[in-house]
Write a protein that binds this ligand. Structure first.
Ligand code: DGY
Length: 323
C-alpha cells in the first residue's frame, strides 16, 4: 500500500480541485444528492488525514473523534464556516480553512438578482406568463417597486456587503450600512455609504440585504421586533445564512404585510424551507446559489484543494481560520 495521505471529500467538487487532490492523495469522494449521511460520514472518516466538506456537513467532536488523531485539516468548500466547531479542531491541532475572496462578487451579484427579482416581480411575471395569463399590456399589471434612487440598507460591511454597496452606485441609490466595526472614512466615501445603528437602518431602508456571518451574536438578528421596525414597502434579502433571520417571524411579516417582500437564498433549517414561505408570492426562494457560477465554484475547488495539500505537506495553508 502506498503512503499517500487520505482525503475524504463529502461531495464531488469541480475537476480543478479534484485533480490537485488526486495527484497528491488517495481520495474518497462521495456524491449524494442531499446532505452526506451522518452515519456514513462517521464510518468513512476513520483514518483520513484531510476532509473537504460542505457547509451542510456538521463537523464537531464526534466527527473528529471518529476520524482519529492523524486528521490534520478540515477544508471547508465555502467562505462561511459556522458548520465547523473550530475551537474543538484547534484544541486537537487540526487546521480549518475556508475559501474567502473568490466568491465575493458572485455572491454580491446574486444578492442583486434577488433585489431586482423581488422589487420588479420577475418570478411572479414569469409564472403568470407560463400559466397563459398574459392577454396583453395593462397599465396596472404586476406593478413593482423602483430600485433606482431607493435606500439600500446593508447589514454587515465585510467584502460581500461592500461589493453589494459598490453595485448600488449604478442604481443611484442611497446606501446605509450597519456593522459591528465601522468602516474607515475613506471606504465610506468611496462607496458613498453612511453608517447607521441597526434600528435606524431598519427604519430607513427600502431594501435590506444581510451580509454578516452566522455567530452566536447574529443568530435571529432579524426577528419579529426588527421586521416590525421596517417600512411596510421594504424588502429583506438574505444571501448570508438562514438562521440570521427568524424564518417563522419572516413568514408572518410577509403574510400580514409588515413588509412588502423578501428574497432568500438561505434558510434556517436548510435544505428545509418553512412551508408557510412556499405558499407566498411575495418571496423569491433560491436553493443557496450565492457562489454558484462555473468560474467561482472552480476557484473555490482549487483553493480548498491547495489548502489541503499545504497542510499535508506540513505548511500553513493560506486560508487558515483557527485563531
Ligand atoms: C459560502 O461560501 O459560505 C456560501 O454560502 C456558499 O455559497
Amino acid at each position: 500500500m502506498s503512503s499517500k495521505p487520505k482525503v475524504l471529500v463529502t461531495s464531488r467538487i469541480p475537476e480543478e480541485g479534484m485533480r490537485i487532490l488526486e495527484e497528491y492523495c488517495h481520495v474518497k469522494v462521495f456524491d449524494y444528492e442531499g446532505v452526506f449521511p451522518r452515519d456514513l460520514f462517521l464510518k468513512e472518516v476513520k483514518g483520513v488525514d484531510a476532509i473537504v466538506c460542505l457547509l451542510a456537513d456538521r463537523i464537531d467532536d464526534e466527527v473528529m473523534d471518529a476520524a482519529g488523531p492523524q486528521l490534520k485539516i478540515i477544508a471547508n468548500y465555502a467562505v462561511g464556516f459556522d458548520n465547523i466547531v473550530v475551537d474543538a479542531a484547534t484544541k486537537r491541532g487540526i487546521m480549518v480553512t475556508n475559501t474567502p475572496g473568490v466568491l465575493t462578487d458572485t455572491t454580491a451579484d446574486l444578492a442583486w438578482a434577488l433585489i431586482l427579482a423581488t422589487a420588479r416581480r420577475v418570478v411572479e411575471g414569469d409564472k403568470f406568463l407560463r400559466q397563459g395569463k398574459f392577454k396583453g399590456w395593462k397599465p396596472m399589471l404586476l406593478l413593482g417597486t423602483d430600485v433606482h434612487h431607493a435606500t439600500l440598507g446593508i447589514i454587515g460591511f465585510g467584502n460581500i456587503g461592500r461589493a453589494v454597496a459598490r453595485r448600488a452606485i449604478g442604481f443611484d441609490m442611497k446606501v446605509v450600512y450597519y456593522s459591528a466595526h465601522r468602516a474607515s472614512e475613506e471606504v465610506e466615501k468611496k462607496l458613498n455609504a453612511e453608517y447607521r445603528p441597526l434600528d435606524d437602518l431598519l427604519r430607513e431602508a427600502d431594501f435590506i440585504s444581510i451580509h454578516v456571518p452566522l455567530t452566536k451574536e447574529t443568530r435571529h438578528l432579524i426577528g419579529e421586533r426588527e421586521l416590525k421596525m421596517m417600512k411596510k414597502e421594504a424588502y429583506l434579502i438574505n444571501t448570508a445564512r438562514g438562521p440570521i433571520v427568524d424564518e417563522k417571524a419572516l413568514a408572518k411579516a410577509l403574510k400580514e404585510g409588515w413588509i412588502r417582500g423578501a428574497g432568500l437564498d438561505v434558510f434556517e433549517r436548510e435544505p428545509e424551507v418553512a412551508p408557510e414561505l412556499l405558499e407566498l408570492d411575495n418571496v423569491v426562494l433560491l436553493p443557496h446559489l450565492g457562489s454558484a457560477s462555473y468560474a467561482t465554484r472552480a476557484k473555490m475547488a482549487t483553493m480548498a484543494a491547495e489548502n489541503v495539500i499545504k497542510a499535508l505537506k506540513g505548511e500553513v495553508p493560506p486560508n487558515l481560520v483557527n485563531s
